[in-house]
Design a protein around this ligand. Structure first.
Ligand code: SAH
Length: 438
């Protein structure tokens, strides 16, 4: 099997973030995309400053000029690199997690694997390969793959990688499923623009580096209360944008900041909250689980909005539409938005999660079957990047939403709880609980 490791020295997105202060003002070399800048400046001139969330949504997902809509940004030649692109082991372990949750749910006959923001499709491909390799476990379950992707460019790449030429774009613009295909192993694949368009049914949801791309609102504590940070045209130079504070409360500043908030500056990803609520409702109604992996914090950080271009930090207000914009995920907010209907696990660090999932054992198996020196080196470099304490291992976190029954004590068939010595602890949740492989 081929590892996808690139040079270990390739700048990954989080690593560049550590040099935030070195972020420079736009230079003469940058070629702004005039149409996006013009679109935003005329909008602001017509109706006033826009929220950071609106700015981020336009810059990333505007259907004509948005960054995600137009680009393939992943990989050494793009703007950043992600764990599934670094090593196949990452997706394989998430495949094992998916099957373990499906088994814990009593092996439902139909299994929908749903990925939010699938990038190049590498993660889904690795998960499906695990399904093929563990055919005896998957048995006769009917597996389907559902991809939520806003970008036509990336959806074409995903289709190519997952199905070769066995896929077709849907006729007409309004189709909820805008592309369909089938993998070589016969797994049907469907593409949607929004999570709400994915059919109901038992599903395992995966979201890797998806929530960090969703728009955030940002707020500043002032002597007169919370004020929302807005994006305005710089009066000194109309081709430039600048941040300003809203002079009075906005709908977002009055509803999104917690009454007991202690920080002076907060970022709130309302859209991420809505997605988590949808995931939670689906899990309550149809069963299943969601695994969210991203860089983030537990309600402690204040100012994480940043841009990336060509593996380097990029001024967020410069040349909108030409660079990735991202903000750390606030897992405490996601937990609050998930509500009490589902059980939340984590966040745990990527290092802990992958080690609990058996990454060391998997690495050894791959090394034993690999005699090529450079491939072995790549496997080891990928392992270090994914798990290293000073690399992605501690900065990325895993967070899970589970059906409540998943963490309840096992019951007798008649509904009675098992008690006394024979009482069993809830089944461990792979990745979040240390498992022994004896
Ligand atoms: N999960 C992949 C890609 C991460 S980049 C990986 O880890 O390699 C973010 C992905 O989310 C891209 O596929 C992007 O097109 C998609 N995306 C961003 N905003 C989205 C939105 N609002 N709705 C659906 N997909 C979105």
């Amino acid at each position: 099997m081929i590892s996808r490791v690139f040079s270990a020295s390739a700048a990954v997105r989080w690593r560049a973030a550590q040099t935030r202060l070195s972020c420079s003002a736009p230079t003469g070399e940058e070629k702004p995309r005039p149409s996006m800048l013009r679109h935003l400046t005329s909008k602001i001139k017509a109706t006033g400053p826009i929220t950071v969330a609106e700015y981020m949504r336009e810059a990333l997902t505007n259907p004509v000029t948005g960054y995600y809509v137009r680009n393939d940004m992943l990989g050494p030649d793009g703007d950043f690199i992600t764990s599934p692109e670094i090593s196949q082991i990452f997706g394989e372990l998430l495949g094992v997690w998916t099957l373990s949750e499906w088994m814990a749910a009593g092996r439902p006959k139909r299994l929908q694997l749903v990925e939010l923001g699938p990038g190049k499709g590498s993660l889904a491909g690795d998960v499906l390969r695990v399904f093929s390799q563990l055919r005896s476990v998957v048995g006769g379950a009917s597996v389907s793959l559902h991809l939520v992707e806003v970008s036509p460019v990336l959806s074409r790449l995903q289709a190519q990688n997952l199905t070769g030429s066995r896929n077709r774009e849907a006729d007409g613009e309004d189709q909820l499923v805008y592309r369909r295909g089938e993998t070589a192993a016969g797994v049907p694949v469907s593409w949607y623009r929004r999570l709400e368009d994915v059919p109901s049914g038992f599903s395992i949801f995966l979201a890797h580096e998806f929530f960090d791309a969703l728009p955030i609102h940002t707020f500043q504590r002032t002597q007169r209360g919370w004020r929302e940070v807005m994006v305005d045209v710089d009066p000194e130079k109309t081709e430039r944008l600048r941040f300003v504070l809203a002079p009075s409360p906005t709908p977002a500043s009055t509803t999104l900041v917690q009454p007991d908030e202690r920080r002076g500056h907060v970022e709130v990803c309302a859209e991420g909250g809505v997605v988590v609520q949808q995931l939670a409702r689906r899990i309550v109604e149809d069963g299943g689980a969601a695994l969210i992996a991203d860089y983030g914090h537990d309600g402690t950080k204040t100012d994480t909005f940043r841009g990336f271009k060509g593996h380097r930090l990029h001024d967020v207000l410069s040349a909108p539409g030409s660079a990735d914009l991202t903000a750390d995920v606030d897992f405490s907010f996601l937990r609050r938005m998930a509500g009490g209907g589902v059980a939340c696990v984590g966040p745990v660090t990527q290092r802990t999660f992958l080690k609990n999932m058996g990454i060391d054992a998997r690495l050894q198996v791959l090394l034993r079957s690999c005699s090529d020196a450079s491939a072995r080196e790549q496997l080891l470099a990928g392992y270090d990047l994914l798990t290293g304490r000073s690399q992605m291992g501690e900065r990325f976190h895993f967070f899970g939403l589970l059906h409540r029954s998943r963490l309840a004590e096992p019951t007798r068939p008649g509904g009675l709880k098992l008690e006394g010595k024979r009482s069993a602890a809830p089944l461990p949740v792979a990745g979040f609980t240390e498992l022994s492989f004896s």
